[in-house]
Design a protein around this ligand. Structure first.
Ligand code: SF4
Length: 889
C-alpha cells in the first residue's frame, strides 16, 4: 500500500489566498482540504478550492514548446525568443517590446519578468491582467496614503460592528471571506451588514440593509455620506487635524450632496440611505469591503478615495475592526504589485523617478533600466493593434477573452509580428494567436510565494512533477535573459534565490521611506524558505513577525507624512442608454468558475451549478420583451453581440442585464462577453469600465435543442448555438446545442461515423411520431461513442449530469436500448445542481423543504448540502425563503 503525504500549499484562484492541505499518494493529489492553521481560512475552502485535485490532470495541457506551429525543443524555443527580442530591441527600440503578465503568476515569476523587461531590455511596457481587477484600488490607496497599502486584516471583519459590502458579491467571488462574515455575524449580534449593489445578489442573504444603487452612483453615496458625517458632527476632528490634509477642500464638493440629492442620483429611497448614513455615523468599528464593482469603473479611483475619505474623516483606520478594505480578485495581484509588475511602477513599490531608477539600477547592476512608465493594458493592446509594439510576451492569461473590446485585442494579436505565450494550457483564444508557445508549470508543479488581500505572503509548494517539457515561468525567462547576454543577473537556481533578492530590494536604500519592506526575509535559507509560514508584510527588524494592521501610528507615506483627502466631483457613467441600446450590461463572475475557465472547466462538477453562458434579466422585463427562462438570446452592444441563455432573476433592476466573464471560444459558440465591453478607462488608474455598457437583447428563434455526449470533440459549426462541458467520468464532452432549423440527426451520425473522429459502428434510435423527440445511442466495441437527445422543447431534455451518468450505466452493462427508455430519461439527478460538493440538485432540496426541512441546518442534516464549503448556503436560504412565500400565498 502506498503511503500518503500531506503538503501545505495555497489555493491559486481568488485573492482570499486560502491555505490548502494536499494529500498525495503515488505522486498524485488524491484529496485537498483547507489548511486549519492558515490564518486566511482556518480550514475552510470554497468549491473551487475543494476541486483543485480534480483540475490537476493532463487534459488539455501544453507539454512542449512550439515555434510557428512546429513542436520543438527548449533550446530552439529559447534561442528563438532571445533572438527575436534582441532583434526587435535593436531595430525598433526597447519600447517595441511588451510583457503582459497575470495575477496568477507567483511573485518570483513576476519579479523576473519585471527585472528582465524594465531592468535589462529597458521597456516599461509591463502590464498585467491585475490592471483589470484592482488598479483603481491601488491608485486610491496611493493618493490617500502615499503607498499601495491595504490597512486591514481579515480579522478586522470579526471585530467589526458594521461591514459595508460595496461593489462585491463576496458570497460568490470571495466565498471563504463571506463565510467568515457570516460567522462573525452569528457570534456578534451587534454586527450589521450593508450591501450596496445594483443587483440583489447572494451576498444580500445576510444583509441588514441592501441599497440597490443605480449603476456607477457609488461616489454620490460616499460623498453624500461624508457630507452627512460633517453635518451630524460625527467626524473625528482631532484625527483630521493631526494626521490628514485636504479635508476642507474635500467637503466643499461633498457639502452640496444632501441626502435628497444623493438618493435621487443613486436611485435609492431617502429612508434607506439615511438608515445607512446613521449606522455609519454611529458605528466606530466600520469596515468598508470593496471590490470590482467599485474598481471596474471609469471613475473607480475617485470612488475608492470617496470611501477612504469617510474613514479618514472618522479616524477609522489603523484600528481594530475598522478600515477601507480592498479585496483583490486574483490570488497574487498583490505580489505582482510588490515587485512593480504594473506599467506605471518601477519595482518594489517604487514609482518612476530619477532617484528610484538610480536606486534600482544600482541594485540590479544594470545600465539599461527603463526611465519612464510604460503603457497600461488598454493602451498597450492599442499599441499592438497600431503596430508600435512588435513583440508581446503573454504569461498565464487570456487577453483575447478578458480584455474589453476583446475582438480588437484578438485581431491585434493575430497581426502582431511576434506573440510569445507561456501557458500551462494548450488551446485558449490567446494561445491560438501565438507564434511561439512555451509550456509553463501548472499550480501543483510550481514553487514560490503569493500575497493575498490582507498582505499575507504564503508559500505555494511544488507537489507534483512537471509533465512533458513544462517548466516554471521564472526558469523560462531566466534562460531567455541569459541567452540575451544578461548572464549574471539571471543566474538563479531556485525560486528561493529570486525571493531573497526581491526581499533585499524591498529594503535596499529604504530607510523607512517605503512601506513595502520584507528585508527581514532576505536571508532565508532554502530550508527556511521552504518552511516559511504565512506572514503579513512589512516584515522588518521592527516587525519580524509581520504586521497585522497598518497606520496604527497615524504616519503615512506622503511627502508630509499625513493622509490625504481627495477632492472629486461625482458623476454617473457617461455611457447612457439609448433607444437602440436600452439596457445596461453588467459583467462579473459566477460562484464555481474562475477567469476564462482554462482550469476550472476541467472539473465537470464545477459546471454543474451553472453550465451554460447566460444573461440575467428581471422576470417582468423578460415578460415585457416576450422572453422566458431558457430562451436563446442575443445580447448586443455597439461593439458586437453574444448568444447566451436567458435566466430571470428578481434581484435585477428593470433595465439591467448581467452576464458572466468566463466563457471563451473553447467552451461556447459566441459568448465572450468582454468583446461587448467598451474600453473606457479610469484616467488615473487605467482600469476599464466593465460594469456599465449600453446593450440590447433579442430572442433568437430556435427549432430544436439537443444535448450530446461524445467521446471525441465534434464539429459544432453548423449549430446556431453550442456550449461544451468536459465530462467527469471519461474523456468525453457534453454539448448543449440549439438549432434554428431542424437537423437530420441520422445524417449527422452517418457523417460522424464516416469521419476519423467517429468510430461508432452501431446505434439505437428512438423517435416520437412528430419527430420532435429524438434519441440516439451510438456505440462500438461495447463502448459508448455518441449520445444525442434532441427535442423541440429545451425543458424536455435530460440534464448534462444525467447524460454523463450514461457512461457509468454502459460500464455496468445496462442495455443501450434501455438508456433510451422513458424511465431513465426522466431522471434528472435531482434537478439543477445547487451543492457541487455533495451533488445535491434543486429538486431534491425543494422536496426536502416540502417534507418539513425549515432551515439550512435541516437541509444539511438531510442532504449534506451546504456542510462542506458553504458556497451554496445563500441559494439554500433563497429556496427556503421562496418556499415560505409560496406557502404564505
Ligand atoms: Fe480558493 Fe475559494 Fe479560498 Fe478563493 S475562497 S482562495 S477560490 S478556496
Amino acid at each position: 500500500m502506498s503511503s500518503e503525504v500531506k503538503v501545505k500549499t495555497t489555493c491559486p484562484y481568488c485573492g482570499v489566498g486560502c491555505g490548502v492541505e494536499a494529500t498525495l499518494a503515488d505522486g498524485e493529489i488524491i484529496a485537498v482540504s483547507g489548511d486549519k492553521d492558515h490564518p486566511a481560512n482556518f480550514g475552510r475552502l470554497c468549491v473551487k478550492g475543494s476541486a483543485l485535485h480534480e483540475t490537476s490532470g493532463l487534459q488539455g495541457r501544453l507539454l512542449h514548446p512550439f515555434v510557428e506551429g512546429q513542436q520543438t525543443d527548449w533550446e530552439t524555443a529559447l534561442e528563438t525568443v532571445a533572438e527575436k527580442l534582441s532583434n526587435i530591441r535593436d531595430t525598433y527600440g526597447a519600447d517595441a517590446i511588451a510583457f503582459y503578465l497575470s495575477g496568477q503568476l507567483l511573485t518570483e515569476d513576476y519579479y523576473v519578468a519585471n527585472k528582465l523587461a524594465k531592468g535589462f531590455i529597458g521597456t516599461g511596457n509591463v502590464d498585467t491582467n491585475s490592471r483589470l481587477c484592482m488598479s483603481s484600488a491601488v491608485a486610491g490607496y496611493k493618493r490617500a496614503f502615499g503607498a499601495d497599502a491595504v490597512p486591514c486584516s481579515y480579522e478586522d471583519l470579526e471585530h467589526s460592528d458594521l461591514i459595508v459590502l460595496t461593489g462585491s458579491n463576496a458570497a460568490w467571488t470571495h466565498p471563504v471571506l463571506y463565510r467568515r462574515i457570516v460567522e462573525a455575524k452569528r457570534n456578534n449580534p451587534k454586527l450589521k451588514i450593508v450591501v450596496i449593489d445594483p443587483r440583489r445578489t447572494a451576498s444580500c442573504d445576510i444583509a441588514d440593509l441592501h441599497l440597490p444603487i443605480a449603476p456607477g452612483a457609488d461616489n454620490f453615496v460616499f460623498q453624500g455620506l461624508l457630507a452627512y458625517l460633517v453635518s451630524e458632527e460625527a467626524i473625528d476632528r482631532e484625527y483630521i487635524d493631526l494626521y490628514t490634509e485636504g479635508f476642507d477642500q474635500a467637503i466643499v464638493e461633498a457639502a452640496s450632496l444632501g441626502v435628497e440629492l444623493v438618493a435621487q442620483k443613486a436611485g435609492l429611497t431617502i429612508d434607506a440611505l439615511t438608515m445607512f448614513f446613521r449606522w455609519y455615523a454611529d458605528t466606530e468599528k466600520t469596515v468598508t469591503f470593496y471590490s470590482q464593482g467599485i474598481n471596474q469603473s471609469a471613475t473607480g479611483t475617485d470612488k475608492c478615495n470617496a470611501i477612504i475619505n469617510c474613514h479618514l474623516a472618522t479616524g477609522r483606520i489603523g484600528k481594530v475592526g475598522a478600515g477601507p478594505f480592498s479585496i483583490t480578485g486574483q490570488p497574487n495581484a498583490m505580489g505582482g504589485r510588490e515587485v512593480g509588475g504594473l506599467a506605471n511602477m518601477l519595482a518594489a513599490h517604487m514609482d518612476y523617478n530619477e532617484d528610484n531608477t538610480a536606486t534600482v539600477s544600482r541594485f540590479w547592476n544594470t545600465q539599461n533600466i527603463s526611465s519612464k512608465p510604460g503603457l497600461k493594458a488598454v493602451d498597450l493592446f492599442d499599441a499592438v493593434a497600431e503596430g508600435k509594439i512588435k513583440a508581446i510576451w503573454i504569461m498565464g492569461t487570456n487577453p483575447a477573452v478578458s480584455m474589453p473590446n476583446a475582438d480588437r485585442v484578438k485581431a491585434a494579436l493575430e497581426k502582431c509580428d511576434t506573440v510569445i505565450v507561456s501557458d500551462c494550457v494548450a488551446l485558449t483564444d490567446t494561445t491560438a494567436t501565438a507564434n511561439i508557445l512555451l509550456p509553463a508549470c501548472d499550480w501543483g508543479e510550481k514553487s514560490g510565494t503569493v500575497t493575498n488581500s490582507e498582505r499575507r505572503i504564503s508559500r505555494q509548494r511544488r507537489i507534483l512533477l512537471a509533465p512533458g517539457q513544462a517548466r516554471p515561468d521564472w526558469w523560462i525567462m531566466s534562460q531567455v535573459a541569459q541567452k540575451m547576454g544578461f548572464t549574471q543577473a539571471f543566474d538563479y537556481s531556485s525560486s528561493r534565490d529570486i525571493f531573497v533578492e526581491h526581499a533585499a530590494l524591498s529594503g535596499f536604500e529604504n530607510d523607512g521611506s517605503r512601506l513595502f519592506n520584507i528585508e527581514r526575509l532576505s536571508e532565508l535559507s532554502e530550508k527556511e524558505y521552504d518552511t516559511l509560514t504565512p506572514i503579513q508584510w512589512p516584515v522588518t527588524q521592527h516587525s519580524p513577525q509581520g504586521t497585522e494592521r497598518l497606520f496604527c501610528d497615524n504616519r503615512f507615506y506622503t511627502a508630509s507624512g499625513k493622509a490625504q483627502f481627495t477632492l472629486s466631483t461625482p458623476r454617473l457613467p457617461l455611457q447612457l442608454k439609448s433607444s437602440t441600446f436600452p439596457f445596461i450590461l453588467n459583467t462579473g463572475r459566477i460562484r464555481d468558475q474562475w477567469h476564462t475557465m482554462t482550469r476550472t472547466a476541467r472539473a465537470s462538477r464545477l459546471l454543474e451549478h451553472i453550465g451554460q453562458p447566460f444573461v440575467t434579466i428581471h422576470p417582468n422585463t423578460a415578460k415585457a420583451n416576450d422572453l422566458v427562462d431558457g430562451d436563446l438570446v442575443r445580447v448586443s452592444t455597439h461593439l458586437g453581440s453574444i448568444d447566451v441563455i436567458l435566466m430571470t432573476d428578481t434581484g435585477m433592476a428593470p433595465t439591467a442585464l448581467f452576464a458572466p466573464i468566463h466563457w471563451s471560444s473553447q467552451y461556447a459558440s459566441n459568448a465572450r462577453v468582454d468583446a461587448l465591453v467598451q474600453p473606457r478607462t479610469d484616467p488615473v488608474s487605467g482600469q476599464p469600465e466593465f460594469k456599465c455598457t449600453p446593450a440590447a437583447i433579442e430572442k433568437i428563434e430556435t427549432a430544436q435543442w439537443a444535448i450530446i455526449l461524445s467521446r471525441n470533440p465534434i464539429d459544432c459549426s453548423s449549430f446556431t448555438f453550442w456550449n461544451r462541458t468536459p465530462a467527469a467520468s471519461a474523456d468525453c464532452h457534453v454539448y448543449e446545442v440549439a438549432l434554428a432549423e431542424n437537423v437530420n440527426w441520422q445524417q449527422f451520425i452517418t457523417d460522424k461515423r464516416l469521419s476519423e473522429n467517429g468510430p461508432a459502428q452501431a446505434y439505437e434510435h428512438f423517435c416520437d411520431a412528430t419527430h420532435s423527440d429524438e434519441r440516439f445511442i451510438c456505440y462500438s466495441d461495447h463502448q459508448l461513442e455518441l449520445v444525442i437527445y434532441s427535442h423541440s422543447n429545451k425543458q424536455s431534455l435530460p440534464s448534462p449530469t444525467w447524460l454523463q451518468s450514461l457512461v457509468e450505466m454502459s460500464r455496468v452493462g445496462e442495455s443501450y436500448w434501455s438508456m433510451l427508455a422513458g424511465d431513465a430519461y426522466l431522471q434528472r439527478a435531482g434537478g439543477r445542481r445547487i451543492c457541487s460538493c455533495f451533488k445535491v440538485g434543486r429538486d431534491s432540496i425543494v422536496e426536502a423543504i416540502e417534507g418539513g426541512a425549515e432551515s439550512v441546518e435541516h437541509l444539511g442534516q438531510q442532504l449534506l448540502c451546504g456542510t462542506n464549503c458553504g458556497s451554496c448556503i445563500p441559494e439554500l436560504s433563497a429556496l427556503l425563503t421562496l418556499h415560505k412565500k409560496i406557502e404564505a400565498a
